[in-house]
Design a protein around this ligand. Structure first.
Ligand code: NAD
Ligand code: LMR
Length: 330
C-alpha cells in the first residue's frame, strides 16, 4: 500500500515525560492513521538536546514504517519550519514560592515567542495543540502572538479530563467505558472545570438516569475529575504523562477524523460567543468534527446546577485572561 499523505509535526518539550510517551505513538501511526507518513520536528531547550538525541535514537530503533524524518533542534525557526501541526508540550512548571503571575509571565514569554515563530515558519494550514499548563491561557497567548494564523487553529487539551470522567462514570455504573458518550468538559483545564454529567450518556441514556446516586454525581464525581491531576502527582511524585500523551493522541485523532454519529468530544478553542463565553477566550466546549471541520455543538441544555458550575470556570478563565492582559502578553 502506498502512503498518500505526509504531515510534519513539531513537538516542544520533546525530551520531557509526556514527550517520551507521545512521540512513539505519533510515529507508529496512531494519531494520523496508518496511511499518513510523519516527519517529527522535535524542539527542546538547548540543555536537553543530549537527552533528546537519545529519544531520537530510540525512535530510529523502532523502525516505524511511517516515520520518514526526525529533526532535533532548539531553534524555533527550524523546529516550526513548514509544520502542519505544532504540539506545544514544553512549559515551565510552577515551583515552590512562585506566584501565579510569575508563572504566567515566564510561560507568556515562551508562548509569545513560539506563536511568532509558528506564524513566521509553519505551513499555511498549521494547527496548534497546547498541552503545557496553564494550557488554555498559554493557547490564548500563542494565538494572539501568531499574527496571520486564523484563531480557529488553536486548541488546548481537555481530552484527558474527558477520558478521566468517562472512566469514573463507567466504573460507577458497572459498564464498559465504551458505553459512555457525550462526555463534555466545560471551561478550563484546571480544578474549576465542569465535567457535565447531565449531558453525558451511558448506552445512549442520560448518565444521570443510569446513575441514580445524584449526590455522588454532583460531589465525588466532579471533584475526582477536577482533582485527578493533583492526585496523580501525589501518588506518582510526577504529573501524569502516559495518560496525558494518550489524550494528545485521542485529541488530535478527534480533530482529524469525523466524529461518530451523535457523539461529541471536549476541546478548548477560541469562543465566537457560544454559550455566552467571551469572544476569543479559549474555553472547553463539546465539539464534533464533520467533513473534516471542527464545530462547537450548540443547544446543549444547562440547568441551574450546570450554569453555576459553568460560570465558575468561565470566571476563572476571564481572570487568567485579564492577568495576562495586564502583563501585556495579549
Ligand atoms: P517535563 O518537565 O517532563 O517536560 C517538559 C519539557 O519541556 C522539558 O524537557 C523542558 O526541557 C522542555 N521545555 C521547557 N521549556 C521549553 C521551551 N521553551 N521550548 C521547548 N522545550 C521546552 O513535563 P511533562 O510532564 O512532559 O509536562 C509538560 C507540560 O504538560 C506541563 O506543563 C504539564 O503541566 C502539562 N500537562 C498538561 C496536561 C493537560 O491535560 N493539558 C496533562 C498533563 C501535563
Ligand atoms: C493533569 O491534569 O494531569 C495535569 O495538568 C496536572 C498538572 O498540573 O501538571
Amino acid at each position: 500500500m502506498s502512503a498518500k499523505n505526509r504531515v510534519k509535526v513539531a513537538v516542544t518539550g520533546a525530551a520531557g515525560q509526556i514527550g517520551y510517551a507521545l512521540l512513539f505513538r505519533i510515529a507508529s501511526g496512531q494519531m494520523f492513521g496508518p496511511e499518513t507518513e510523519v516527519e517529527l520536528q522535535l524542539i527542546e531547550l538547548e540543555q536537553a538536546l543530549g537527552a533528546l538525541k537519545g529519544v531520537a535514537m530510540e525512535l530510529d530503533d523502532c523502525a516505524f514504517p511511517m516515520l520518514k524524518k526526525i529533526t532535533c533542534t532548539s531553534d524555533y525557526a527550524v523546529g516550526f519550519k513548514d509544520v502542519n501541526w505544532a504540539i506545544l508540550v514544553g512549559s515551565v512548571p510552577r515551583k515552590d514560592g512562585m506566584e501565579r503571575a510569575d508563572l504566567l509571565k515566564i510561560n507568556g514569554g515562551i508562548f509569545t515567542t513560539q506563536g511568532q515563530a509558528i506564524a513566521a515558519n509553519a505551513a499555511k494550514d498549521v494547527r496548534v495543540f497546547v498541552v503545557g499548563n496553564p494550557c488554555n491561557t498559554n493557547a490564548l497567548i500563542c494565538m494572539n502572538a501568531a499574527k496571520g494564523v486564523p484563531s480557529d487553529r488553536f486548541y488546548a487539551m481537555t481530552m484527558l479530563d474527558e477520558n478521566r470522567a468517562k472512566t469514573q462514570l463507567a466504573q460507577k455504573a458497572g459498564v464498559d467505558v465504551t458505553a459512555v458518550s457525550n462526555m463534555t468538559i466545560w471551561g478550563n483545564h484546571s480544578a474549576t472545570q465542569y465535567p457535565d454529567f447531565y449531558s453525558a450518556k451511558i448506552n445512549g441514556k442520560p448518565a444521570s438516569e443510569v446513575i441514580t446516586d445524584t449526590e455522588w454525581l454532583k460531589g465525588t464525581f466532579i471533584e475526582t475529575v477536577q482533582k485527578r491531576g493533583a492526585a496523580i502527582i501525589k501518588a506518582r511524585g510526577l504529573s501524569s504523562a502516559a495518560s496525558a500523551a494518550n489524550a494528545v493522541v485521542d485529541g488530535i485523532f478527534n480533530l482529524t477524523h469525523d466524529t461518530k454519529n451523535g457523539d461529541n468530544f471536549s476541546m478548548c478553542l477560541a469562543s465566537n460567543g457560544e454559550y455566552g463565553v467571551d469572544k476569543g477566550l479559549i474555553f472547553s466546549f463539546p465539539c464534533t468534527t464533520v467533513g473534516g471541520k471542527l464545530k462547537i455543538v450548540e443547544g446543549v441544555k444547562l440547568n441551574d446546577f450546570s450554569t453555576e458550575k459553568f460560570n465558575v470556570t468561565l470566571n476563572e478563565l476571564r481572570s487568567e485572561r485579564d492577568a495576562v492582559k495586564e502583563l501585556g502578553l495579549i
